[in-house]
Design a protein around this ligand. Structure first.
Ligand SMILES: Cc1ncc(COP(=O)(O)O)c(C=O)c1O
Length: 368
């Protein structure tokens, strides 16, 4: 490659990084915004697509696996992609308060973007089933947090009713602007790879994200920015797998609390994504999730939350079905720091405690 072309590419990629103004600014021609929309942003998006050799090696067959590390968004999850859109549109429509039901990440994201947009936020969570980091975020970002004696599905029923009766905007993924923002992750993947992957592996809870990705892949395909569409491979935890079992689950249970959802509101959209992409939905056990979570941490230096690891666990479960030489992207939806309790309980590392503060004791431990 001639030197000047190389230099141009280098300068272009640098410029893009330092001038990143958030995904609405970047993709505004693809989003339902106008010059009148006030853009409420924390510079979300542009998250890295990382090659994970340890997972590729476990599959073999020349397969290349990448993770889309969306846990590096401003509040540590993919929800920020949808929230910048939902809150910007709420602001445009003169709204002063937002509400959501949440397994944790939506509440953190809604609270942060509502504060940025100078609005109040109310979040309803299942008492005792939200990871500590997420609760801490919602509180610090200034939400009013209401923990109910009931699960996510119950919380969602309540916020849907409240938002239909009172002037408060619902920012769960039933809000169509959420999915519009989230579809941009598919755009970024196509731009990074130069095409869509063969498989997109993704955890499913309410199934908004898989629907959003599918919308994004289709839009770029229709615009000829990609020459193929991926198979949409959705994964749920086995104790909480309504889309795999084809029925609602009244008492969903899993270590992956973010996807502890028994009655997904975006079910129809997700089923359509599966059908039109020739995709597949499967479940993974909590121990498969934790195994994938540990591999990513220990062998790749990537700390994701348990729900996110379901995408990699699912891929490993289906490894015999993976076509030779294919390119696969697994979505890591949330950051591992959100759930420190899970991390402390589930690792294979050695943790020496109460060690004397002298060099001899430590030398002995290190083994010199
Ligand atoms: C970390 C994480 N992964 C996956 C999901 C599932 O996303 P969706 O509800 O859009 O299927 C959630 C939803 O809360 C989440 O927080």
């Amino acid at each position: 490659m001639p030197f000047s072309k190389k230099l141009k590419q280098l300068l272009f990629s640098r410029t893009k990084k330092t001038n990143w103004d958030g995904l609405i600014e970047e993709y505004k021609t693809w989003l339902p915004v106008t010059s009148k929309t006030p853009i409420i942003t924390l510079k979300e998006g542009a998250t890295p697509l990382i090659k994970v050799q340890s997972i590729s090696n476990r599959i073999g067959k020349g397969v290349q696996v990448y993770v889309k590390y969306d846990g590096l968004n401003p509040t540590g999850s993919f929800k920020d992609r949808g929230m910048t859109m939902a809150i910007s549109k709420a602001k445009e429509n003169g709204c002063e308060a937002v509400i959501c039901a949440s397994t944790g990440n939506t509440s953190a994201s809604a609270a942060a973007y509502a504060s940025k947009g100078d609005m109040r936020s109310f979040v309803i969570i299942p008492d005792g089933y939200v990871a500590q980091g997420k609760l801490a975020q919602a509180l610090v970002y200034g939400a009013e947090v209401i923990a109910i004696k009931g699960n996510f599905d119950k919380a969602l029923d309540i916020v849907r009713e409240l938002s239909s009766k009172y002037p408060i905007t619902l920012v769960n993924s039933v809000n169509p602007y959420r999915l519009q923002g989230q579809k941009t992750a598919a755009f970024e993947i196509i731009e990074n790879l130069g095409n869509a992957p063969d498989w997109l592996c993704i955890p499913m809870g309410n199934a908004g994200n898989i629907s959003a990705y599918w919308m994004g892949f289709q839009e770029f395909f229709q615009a000829k920015k990609a020459t193929q569409l991926p198979r949409m491979m959705g994964f749920q935890a086995s104790g909480s797998a309504p889309l795999v079992e084809g029925k609602s689950i009244s008492n969903p249970e899993t270590i992956a609390t973010a996807i502890r959802i028994g009655n997904p509101v975006n079910k129809e959209k997700a089923l359509l994504a599966r059908k039109t992409s020739n995709g597949k939905f499967s479940s993974v056990t909590d121990s498969e999730i934790i195994e994938a979570y540990k591999i990513l941490g220990k062998e790749e230096g990537i700390f994701c939350e348990p729900a996110s690891a379901a995408s990699v666990a699912g891929l490993l479960r289906l490894k015999n079905e993976v076509p030779k030489n294919s390119t696969i992207v697994c979505v890591l939806t949330g950051n591992g720091l959100k759930d420190p309790d899970c991390a402390i309980k589930n690792n294979d590392s050695v943790f020496h405690t109460g060690v004397n503060a002298d060099i001899n004791s430590i030398t002995k431990i290190i083994g010199f």
